[in-house]
Design a binder for this molecule. Structure first.
Ligand code: ZN
Length: 200
């Protein structure tokens, strides 16, 4: 289902295109924007489950096609970073779905940045699966889980991920990117859950 009338900051559905109550408080906004063209409902959940948990990596191309053909796309950016997985989880799954999505979207790891100096985001700590965790538990698990390698100072960063739930993962990445000097941080993902915090 297309994510119509989404909040321009957090992509919460059905906001008539205006900031949602949470995003009306500027201090609560860590990301500059989230673009999520679809609502996370059964069809999208079916696709993502097969893609991630049944290891059908080729479905990244389907997800990318859905994102490319949507009416909304990401804002301008300098560098693209896929949400990293801890090496052990990536080893067990066999691939990082966010990295597969970035590649399927045809986005180079860096726009105006020379490949040799391309920054990276790494996951320094494994966090437990977040299904069923409350919002506070997610934040606690994710704190200090990410680190920036290379320079993002004064750059506009576009993060790529498959789905945005509470935004806890994105917010943890934004924190380290801001500390490293990123000027703007945007997130482009396939789908957004329809509630701010479904697990809390
Ligand atoms: Zn919002």
């Amino acid at each position: 289902m297309p994510n119509t009338g989404a909040c321009p900051f957090c992509a919460l559905p059905d906001c008539r295109g205006a900031p949602c109550p949470t995003c009306q408080r500027p201090r609560s906004r860590l990301l500059d924007s989230i673009t999520a063209p679809y609502v996370y409902e059964p069809h999208i959940a079916w696709l993502i489950t097969r893609w991630k948990y049944e290891k059908q990596e080729h479905l990244a191309a389907t997800a990318a096609r859905l994102m490319r053909t949507a009416s909304v796309g990401p804002p301008p950016y300098d560098v693209v970073l896929a949400t990293p997985m801890h090496w052990w989880r990536e080893f067990r799954r066999g691939f990082n779905q966010a990295e597969a999505l970035r590649a399927a979207l045809g986005l180079a790891g860096a726009g105006a940045i020379a490949r040799a100096s391309q920054p990276r985001l790494v996951r320094t700590r494994a966090t437990r699966g977040q299904a069923g965790a409350t919002r506070n538990q997610r934040h606690t698990q994710l704190r200090h889980a990410f680190a920036v390698r290379g320079c993002v100072r004064d750059l506009s960063v576009l993060l790529i991920d498959d789905v945005c739930t509470t935004g806890a993962t994105a917010n943890a990445m934004v924190t380290v990117l801001r500390e490293a000097g990123a000027r703007e941080v945007h997130l482009w993902c396939l789908a957004r859950t329809p509630t701010r915090s479904p697990a809390s």
